[in-house]
Design a protein around this ligand. Structure first.
Ligand SMILES: Cc1cc2nc3c(=O)[nH]c(=O)nc-3n(C[C@H](O)[C@H](O)[C@H](O)COP(=O)(O)OP(=O)(O)OC[C@H]3O[C@@H](n4cnc5c(N)ncnc54)[C@H](O)[C@@H]3O)c2cc1C
Ligand SMILES: *[C@@H]1O[C@H](CO)[C@@H](O)[C@H](O)[C@H]1NC(C)=O
Ligand SMILES: *[C@@H]1O[C@H](CO)[C@@H](O)[C@H](O)[C@H]1NC(C)=O
Ligand SMILES: *[C@@H]1O[C@H](CO)[C@@H](O)[C@H](O)[C@H]1NC(C)=O
Ligand SMILES: *[C@@H]1O[C@H](CO)[C@@H](O)[C@H](O)[C@H]1NC(C)=O
Ligand SMILES: *[C@@H]1O[C@H](CO)[C@@H](O)[C@H](O)[C@H]1NC(C)=O
Ligand SMILES: *[C@@H]1O[C@H](CO)[C@@H](O)[C@H](O)[C@H]1NC(C)=O
Ligand SMILES: *[C@@H]1O[C@H](CO)[C@@H](O)[C@H](O)[C@H]1NC(C)=O
Ligand SMILES: *[C@@H]1O[C@H](CO)[C@@H](O)[C@H](O)[C@H]1NC(C)=O
Ligand SMILES: *[C@@H]1O[C@H](CO)[C@@H](O)[C@H](O)[C@H]1NC(C)=O
Length: 555
């Protein structure tokens, strides 16, 4: 995996000629600021400059510390702990880099390399910290990374030899009964909440519950509420009613490429506002806060579970086929959820706010029919939760933290689920080491779709289908590379099955996606790139497979 310089298309404007394709990293001592320059910068930030290391560094010499090492071991897969470490990332591959070593279980004499962890990082606790950091990166031409939780699956919050901004501690929530956007022409406000960049979903849900409200957010405890989840689109258990996260954004406050504070909404800069809602990653500026519409608490949340167990592979294939074909009918009834189709029993967890008993019973009937196959044991059940928070307390556990899972995914339409079922089943059978599943099942309220930059295939989508591959930290390099290449193969085969025009959810996509511009944004890409050249002509804000950037990791 190397940084690749990606040349702009022939259509060069004056602005894009100024774009520096290469950024300065700590690997180049000629351009990198001197220790005394860093130290002066630290002083100007009142000491908020960190020199982070990978999360297992206290388990290795020279930084060995038995207490911190045992704490790292105990908390290794905890998302609360991991998101609070400056040098930790959920997917270890984006912490250690493709060949890096700083393993949690190796001996203390084994190396701890810096990997993709930023060389220096500003622990931002004010807007001016972010402004100073952006100006510093601009002055020296540094590769700038922005880390919030470090959950990104595509490696967009780390970078070898980079200078980082860490937004995790920029906390704050302001609840509005009647919010009007800056420069707006409506004089009637709407209920809303302004979330600072470091806020995480479960904290927001707890606070919202006290106020009898919900915010459209992820099915996750620690995912950032005002970072990459939002810029990528952000799906939610409430998307059936209220759309994607981006559809609920009223205003975003950012630090732009000049280090200036800028308020984005549909009046101040409609194009930039359009781009940041779906344009993904950190390509559009450093977010200070996001203001979302809020919605009333539902009367209850109805959840449905189904699990299908069998020892017979033919029967299992039949169940998976039936699940795929049943999804359109289930989502039509307003249910949203998650599904596992391999690697153990086939299972679905579905939910709906304010669901009636009769739609619940209709969905249960569909699920019973799915399991009506000889040799298959069906377990199905329902649960009613008085509040969304009760549901969260039971289900939001942030699995798969500190693994190396790499997904290959596509948004699937009813047409594909019904007419390409055999192809999907064959693909899953051909790659048993890449268990298939749904990161999101559901139809999304599309009222605002054309006002945001997410892929148009969200309009017809019934869910995000993905197949993931994983490896042990200390697996041989040959195995790591082979598995990454398998992920790319599956992406290509998925493209053949669903067609070139079908997109995916950028936050749950393959980090090495071949035709990423088309797959992530389709026909919206060109407009995004034009906006990018205007708002960030020097290419300050770059990340892997981000709009107009020059970082394209290879397996
Ligand atoms: C356990 C888990 C559960 C998940 N559940 C869901 C789900 O239910 N729904 C869903 O849609 N997705 C879900 N995701 C995917 C999630 O949306 C992505 O991982 C997303 O990238 C996380 O954003 P973050 O800001 O928390 O992470 P980070 O890795 O810190 O950041 C991701 C990207 O956003 C940029 N960024 C972050 N903060 C800022 C900022 N202040 N300004 C500018 N750029 C910024 C980073 O530079 C990077 O490019 C889940 C992921 C995990 C690990
Ligand atoms: C290192 O930085 C110098 C000064 O900016 C530049 O001229 C040189 O090309 C860089 N070297 C590498 C290997 O990037
Ligand atoms: C920045 O300054 C603080 C306070 O003086 C210090 O604790 C910290 O180690 C410094 N950071 C770096 C990277 O040297
Ligand atoms: C991490 O582990 C230690 C025990 O070593 C425990 O006391 C602490 O609460 C844990 N921290 C987090 C954030 O989970
Ligand atoms: C480290 O070792 C522990 C105990 O043997 C084991 O449970 C854990 O899975 C190992 N972790 C990794 C990342 O290999
Ligand atoms: C659920 O019902 C409550 C009470 O009637 C209402 O306020 C809320 O808007 C409803 N939510 C949805 C998603 O229908
Ligand atoms: C699968 O096989 C095991 C062991 O042979 C048996 O106990 C179990 O009942 C079987 N399950 C089904 C669904 O047939
Ligand atoms: C819905 O079903 C639950 C249990 O399945 C029951 O307790 C409740 O009374 C039912 N509600 C209505 C309106 O029938
Ligand atoms: C199961 O399928 C058979 C036909 O294959 C049908 O006769 C039977 O009614 C079905 N049972 C249920 C509960 O749907
Ligand atoms: C499946 O394909 C047929 C033939 O092309 C088409 O008529 C039908 O509408 C498709 N089904 C769905 C659900 O799109």
């Amino acid at each position: 995996m190397k940084l690749h310089v990606q040349l702009f298309l022939p259509l060069l404007t004056a602005a894009s000629r100024d774009h520096t394709p290469k950024h300065c990293t700590s690997l180049n001592s000629t351009c990198w600021p001197s220790p005394s320059a860093w130290s002066a910068f630290n002083a100007s930030l009142s000491g908020k400059l960190l020199a982070p290391h990978p999360a297992a560094s206290p388990c290795h010499l020279p930084a060995y510390n038995s207490e911190l090492c045992s704490s790292a071991k105990q908390n290794w897969t905890s998302s609360d702990w991991r998101t609070a470490q400056p040098g930790a990332f959920s997917a270890l591959v984006w912490e250690l880099g493709p060949e890096g070593q700083c393993f949690i279980n190796s001996t203390k004499e084994d190396p701890c390399q810096q990997g993709y962890v930023a060389e220096y990082m500003v622990r931002a606790s004010s807007v001016s910290d972010i402004q100073q950091a952006v100006k510093w990166a601009a002055k020296w031409g540094l590769l700038l990374t922005v880390k919030n939780t470090g959950h990104d699956h595509l490696g967009r919050s780390s970078g070898e030899g980079s200078f980082g901004i860490w937004t995790h501690w920029l906390k704050g929530r302001v609840w509005h009964d009647s919010f009007t956007v800056k420069g707006g022409r409506e004089n009637k406000g709407v209920p809303a909440v302004t979330l600072m960049a470091g806020e995480q979903w479960l904290d927001v849900y707890r606070d919202a519950d006290i106020r009898g409200r919900i915010v459209v957010g992820g099915s996750a405890r620690t995912v950032g509420a005002a970072g990459g989840w939002m810029t990528g689109g952000g799906h939610s258990p409430f998307s059936h009613f209220y759309g994607l996260g981006v559809d609920n954004v009223l205003e975003v406050e950012i630090v732009d490429a000049n280090g200036e504070v800028k308020i984005l909404n549909e009046y101040t800069d409609p194009e930039h506002f359009w781009a940041i809602r779906g344009g993904a990653g950190n390509a559009w500026g450093v977010i200070i806060s996001v203001t979302y519409k809020t919605h009333p608490n539902p009367t209850h949340i109805q959840a449905i579970f189904a699990q299908y167990t069998t020892n017979d592979s033919t029967a299992n294939r039949e169940v998976v086929r039936r699940v795929l074909e049943a999804l359109p009918a289930i989502t039509e009834k307003g249910y949203i959820g998650y599904g596992t189709l391999a690697d153990g029993p086939v299972g679905l967890i579905l939910s709906q706010a304010n669901a009636t008993n009769s739609t619940r019973d209709e969905v249960l009937q569909i699920l019973d029919q799915v399991g009506n196959v000889t040799g298959v044991e069906t377990q199905a059940g329902t649960m009613e939760f008085p509040t969304w928070l009760d549901y969260c307390d039971l289900f939001l556990h942030d699995p798969n933290i500190a693994t190396n899972i790499i997904d290959s995914s596509r948004l699937l339409t009813e047409d594909v689920l019904v007419n390409k079922t055999k192809e999907l089943l064959d693909l899953m059978e051909a790659y048993p080491d890449m268990p298939g599943g749904f990161n999101f099942i559901g139809r999304v309220n599309n009222n605002e779709r054309d006002k945001t930059s997410v892929h148009n295939s969200w309009k017809q989508s019934v869910g995000v289908f993905s197949m993931g591959i994983d490896w042990k930290d200390d697996a041989p390099l040959e195995e790591k590379r082979r598995k990454k290449l398998r992920g790319v193969e599956v992406s290509k085969r998925l493209e053949t099955i669903v067609g070139k025009g079908s997109g995916t959810y950028v936050n749950e996509a393959n980090p090495y996606e071949p035709n990423w511009k088309e797959t992530f944004w389709g026909e919206k890409y060109d407009r995004l790139e034009r906006i990018k050249r205007r708002v960030d002509p020097r290419g300050m804000f770059v990340c892997n497979r981000c709009v107009g950037g020059d970082i394209e990791y290879t397996p």
